[in-house]
Design a protein around this ligand. Structure first.
Ligand SMILES: Cc1ncc(COP(=O)(O)O)c(C=O)c1O
Length: 395
C-alpha cells in the first residue's frame, strides 16, 4: 500500500535497527556482545515495582488527565526546584509517554511549516525526524572533537536566519557523552537572551554526570527560563525505559497545546507508569548516587581500553553512558570504505554490535555504549582491538 509523503521523508531509527540485528544474531546462538544499548542494563528498582503494584491494587487503573496526574506533576515540580533551582506551576508541566513522545508533541505543538530548528551534531537520531514530521526544517550545526562536540555563540550565530525558531541542546549528550560546563552554558545563555530563540533542553541524562555537575541553561535568568522548554524523564535516571514516562517543564501555552494534541492521540501516559514514576521521585536519592558510581567506573575502564585501539581519537566523555570515538582513520587503515562498513564487518567477524555515527550526523564516529558489565565491555573492546590489528596489517 502507498505510504504518505510524510512517512517516506523520515529515516527509521538506526539505533533500534542495530539492536534488532544483534538480537537476531544472538537468537541464532552467536556470542554477540552488544555495545549498542541505549538504556541502563539494571532492572527498575524493586521499590518502584512494589509501589506500582500497590497503586494498581488500590485502583489506579483508569484514565487520568491527558497531561498526567497531579501527584506526579507535583513531584516533578519538587525535583526541578531541588535539583535545578527552577520553580514551575502545575500548568507548566506536561507528562507524556516517554521523553521521545514529549519531544514529538512539543515540535507538533510549536512549529509551523518552514520553521527552522538548530540541531548540533552529533544529535540524537529522533530530533531531525521529529522536526521534519512537524514540517519544520532541521538546520544542522556541525561539531567535532576539536570543540569536544560543543557549540558556541559564534557557531549558533552563523546558522541563525529570520526563520530560526528553536535550538536543541542535549547535555549530557547522546551520543557524544559531552557535558557543557557552567561557563560554556553561561556564554550560550548570554547570546540566546538577546534573541527569541526557544531552547529545547533535553536533560534526560542529567543524573549521569561524572566530572562536573549538570546545570540547566534555564537557570541563568528569568528570560532564559521563559524561553526554555526542559525535557526530562525517568527512563535513564531510574532504569525505567519500558515504563514510558517523560515530561516537559516550561511555557504554559505550549503545555496546553501539547495536552490538546495528546487528548486526541495517546490520551494520558499509562496510569500505572505514572504511579511508578512518582515512586521513583519519592525514592531515597542515594540510589542515584550508587548508580552514578557504577557508570563512572565503567566509563573510566571503557575509555582506558578504548584508547588501546590504534588509529582512533576520542574525547573523554563526562556524562551519559556512551563513548563516541572517531574511527575514520582506523577504518581507512583497515581497508574499509568508511566507518559504516567497518561497523558491519566488526559485527559479522568478531560479533560486537555498535552504532555507526552516520545516524547521528557524524559519519566518522561510532557510538559505543558502556551500559553493560565491565567484563563484557572489556571483552568487546578487546575483540575490536584485535580486529583492527589484524585488518590493518596488510594495508
Ligand atoms: C537524548 C535522548 N533524548 C530522549 C530520549 C527518549 O527517552 P525516552 O525513553 O524517555 O522516550 C532518549 C532515549 O534514548 C535520548 O537518548
Amino acid at each position: 500500500m502507498e505510504l504518505s509523503q510524510r512517512i517516506k521523508n523520515i529515516t527509521p531509527s538506526q539505533t533500534l535497527a542495530i539492536t534488532a540485528k544483534s538480537r537476531d544474531l544472538k537468537a541464532q546462538g552467536v556470542d554477540v556482545i552488544s555495545l549498542s544499548a541505549g538504556e541502563p542494563d539494571f532492572n527498575t528498582p524493586d521499590e518502584i515495582i512494589e509501589k506500582t503494584y500497590e497503586a494498581l491494587k488500590a485502583g489506579q487503573t483508569k484514565y487520568t488527565s491527558a497531561s498526567g496526574i497531579t501527584e506526579l506533576k507535583e513531584a516533578i515540580i519538587e525535583k526541578m526546584k531541588r535539583d535545578n533551582g527552577l520553580d514551575y506551576e502545575l500548568s507548566e508541566v506536561f507528562v507524556g509517554t516517554g521523553a521521545k513522545h514529549v519531544l514529538y508533541n512539543l515540535f507538533q505543538a510549536t512549529l509551523d511549516p518552514g520553521d527552522e530548528v538548530l540541531i548540533p551534531t552529533p544529535y540524537w537520531v529522533s530530533y531531525t525526524e521529529q522536526v521534519k514530521l512537524a514540517e519544520g526544517n532541521p538546520v544542522i550545526m556541525e561539531t567535532d572533537e576539536s570543540t569536544s562536540f560543543k557549540i558556541t555563540p559564534e557557531i549558533i550565530d552563523r546558522h541563525v536566519t529570520d526563520r530560526t525558531r528553536m535550538l536543541l541542546l542535549n547535555s549530557p549528550s547522546n551520543p557524544s557523552g559531552m557535558v557543557y560546563t557552567e561557563e560554556e552554558l553561561r556564554s550560550l545563555a548570554e547570546y540566546l537572551e538577546k534573541t527569541d530563540i526557544v531552547v529545547v533542553a533535553d536533560e534526560i541524562y542529567e543524573t549521569l554526570v561524572y566530572d562536573h555537575p549538570h546545570i540547566s541553561i534555564a537557570s541563568f535568568s528569568d528570560k532564559m527560563k521563559s524561553n526554555t522548554l526542559i525535557v526530562n524523564g525517568v527512563s535513564k535516571s531510574h532504569s525505567m525505559t519500558g515504563w514510558r514516562i517523560g515530561y516537559v517543564c516550561g511555557d504554559s501555552d505550549v503545555v496546553k497545546g501539547m495536552t490538546a494534541l495528546s487528548s486526541h492521540s495517546t490520551s494520558n501516559p499509562a496510569t500505572p507508569s505514572q504511579w511508578a514514576a512518582l515512586a521513583a521521585y519519592n525514592m531515597d536519592p542515594s540510589y542515584l548516587e550508587e548508580y552514578n558510581r557504577t557508570f563512572k567506573e565503567r566509563r573510566d575502564k571503557a575509555y582506558e581500553n578504548l584508547m588501546e585501539i590504534p588509529y582512533i581519537d576520542c574525547i573523554k566523555p563526562e556524562g551519559a553512558f556512551y563513548l563516541f570515538p572517531n574511527f575514520a582513520e582506523c577504518a581507512r587503515q583497515c581497508g574499509f570504505d568508511g566507518v559504516d562498513a567497518f561497523v558491519e564487518a566488526v559485527l559479522e567477524e568478531v560479533h560486537v554490535a555498535a552504532v555507526p555515527g552516520s545516524g547521528f550526523g557524524s559519519p566518522d564516529n561510532i557510538r559505543l555504549s558502556y551500559s553493560l558489565s565491565i567484563e563484557d565491555m572489556t571483552e568487546a573492546l578487546d575483540r575490536i582491538r584485535k580486529f583492527v590489528e589484524q585488518h590493518s596489517k596488510g594495508v
